[in-house]
Design a protein around this ligand. Structure first.
Ligand code: 13P
Length: 272
């Protein structure tokens, strides 16, 4: 079994101003990144250069999107080659907001993933079902179809982190139960084992996103010792603690809670 380092991503989405970004970066610079945990934040493209220039180097920086060409007449797009030029080594691709509002298909997400990897940019590849798909019991079909869109375009998964983000859990406060998340992660690993390789299934990190917040993480800190002595009722045990201890969940992709350095730090420290 391959040991997989924990991964915590902060997706700032289309939030922030010059002043807010400055203060967030100052806060992030006080974070102690635990060994065996990788931390990457993803500012809007406009601020990415100043974030990379001012952020401590043990926190990575990701773009929120990139295109399938290196350069040319593609107004409004940015290329992974340009990201590399700025020292940006990560990109989030296939986020449900891009799939939904910008009509990005599984194939296009796969092509963008392939191009980013070719340019040397690592990819946080997002997949996840909508509420109506979960209710129709087609979660597995949806997430494996989205994963196949990526698998069809790439050969090497070394620099890919898969983010399972159920759309119904994003920004809604409705976090998936650890069991719901774990079940999907197990499905994804099984699909990778059958359709890519056992090695990739064992080594690729699969993180969870959707209403992960510091409140859960704070409870985690409070109760983890009591957990060890088994003296705690189940309801008191932090959701995040449970998620963090599920064997197939290798970290989190955090939206709203990544905009406050103190909250984000609590989540970064969540793994016991
Ligand atoms: O979409 C997300 C991260 O990419 C999750 O967002 P929230 O944490 O705000 O639910």
């Amino acid at each position: 079994m391959v040991a997989r380092n924990f991964f915590i991503g902060g997706n700032w989405k289309m939030n922030g101003s010059v002043a807010q970004v400055k203060s967030l970066v100052e806060g992030l610079n006080t974070i102690n990144v635990p060994t065996q945990t990788e931390v990457v934040v993803s500012p809007p493209a406009l601020y990415i250069d100043r974030v990379r220039a001012n952020l401590k180097k043990d926190i990575g920086v990701a773009a929120q999107n990139s295109y399938v060409k290196a350069s040319g007449a593609y107004t409004g797009e940015i290329s992974p080659e340009q990201l590399k030029d700025l020292g940006i080594n990560w990109v989030i691709l296939g986020h449900s907001e891009r799939r939904e509002y910008f009509a990005e298909s599984d194939k296009f997400v796969g092509q963008k993933t392939a191009h980013a990897l070719k340019a040397g940019v690592s990819v946080i590849a997002c997949i996840g079902e909508k509420l109506e798909e979960r209710e129709a019991n087609i979660t597995s079909q949806v997430v494996t179809r989205q994963l196949k869109g990526i698998a069809d375009e790439i050969n090497d998964w070394t620099n890919v982190v898969v983010a399972y983000e159920p759309v119904w859990a994003i920004g809604t406060g409705k976090v998936a139960t650890p069991e719901q998340a774990e079940e999907v992660h197990v499905t994804l690993r099984a699909w990778l084992a059958s359709n890519v390789s056992q090695k990739v299934a064992d080594s690729v990190r699969i993180i969870y996103g959707g209403s992960v917040n510091a409140k859960n993480a704070a409870e985690l800190g409070k109760h983890c010792n009591a957990w060890a002595s088994h003296s705690l009722t189940h309801s008191l045990i932090s959701l995040l603690f449970l998620i963090a201890t599920k064997p197939n969940i290798d970290g989190f992709l955090v939206g709203g809670a990544s905009l406050k350095a103190t909250d984000f730090n609590t989540i970064v420290q969540a793994r016991l």
